[in-house]
Design a protein around this ligand. Sequence first.
Ligand SMILES: Nc1ncnc2c1ncn2[C@@H]1O[C@H](COP(=O)(O)OP(=O)(O)O)[C@@H](O)[C@H]1O
Ligand SMILES: [Mg+2]
Length: 140
Amino acid sequence: MFGKILLAVDGSEHALHATRKAAELARCMKPAELRVVVAYDPIPLYLGEPNMQIVITNRKGEAEEVLTAAVKELGDVPCEIHTELLEGDPAEAILDVATTRKSDVIVIGSRGLGRLAGLLLGSTSQKVVAHAPCPVLIVR
Ligand SMILES: Nc1ncnc2c1ncn2[C@@H]1O[C@H](COP(=O)(O)OP(=O)(O)O)[C@@H](O)[C@H]1O
Ligand SMILES: [Mg+2]
């Protein structure tokens, strides 16, 4: 049913729950691949060198750590795991990957690192579910 699973993580507790559900889903579905992505904010050009390189290195480093933690949390899954670092607005980046990689399902947390505690869905999950080219599993 789901041959290609796309999991989006941001290092939040919610994304951790989403990661565990994505692993369960993969164990049931035995998909061809599970793709884990994290998006980082674009680096403003006005920073200039060498500041720009430092910021790029730091942001990519943090995003790599989030990916590594998610892959560790997935544990043993019966499929290939791919990871991707994306630059830009998280929802747009997730939607782009889902389209280009022809994902069959997107797994995301209901909330993320944002601080607006009253909201049921975060800004990323809202935008992803509104525009996704495939089913979305929003994990609470
Ligand atoms: N930068 C990001 N890269 C990849 N996935 C993300 C990113 N930000 C959020 N997500 C995904 O979207 C879910 C919901 O986060 P979000 O909508 O941003 O909530 P909040 O508004 O609370 O930050 C997260 O649990 C995660 O699965
Ligand atoms: Mg967020």
